[in-house]
Design a protein. Structure first.
Length: 53
């Protein structure tokens, strides 16, 4: 329950910060984070694939 409350609190803080910056900057940051997550996922998948051999 505490983890859920902490996650919701963090979400509120992040969304509050997003509201304060301009939309193009928000979209650029979101795209950057999305690309980083995609690269991370691909590297993890390749790492697991190499370990299984």
């Amino acid at each position: 329950m505490i983890v859920l409350v902490a996650a919701l609190l963090l979400l509120g803080v992040v969304l509050g910060a997003v509201v304060q910056i301009p939309l193009p900057l928000t979209l650029a940051l979101a795209a950057t984070i999305g690309c980083w997550l995609l690269i991370f996922a691909v590297r993890e998948r390749l790492s697991v694939h190499r370990r299984s051999r």
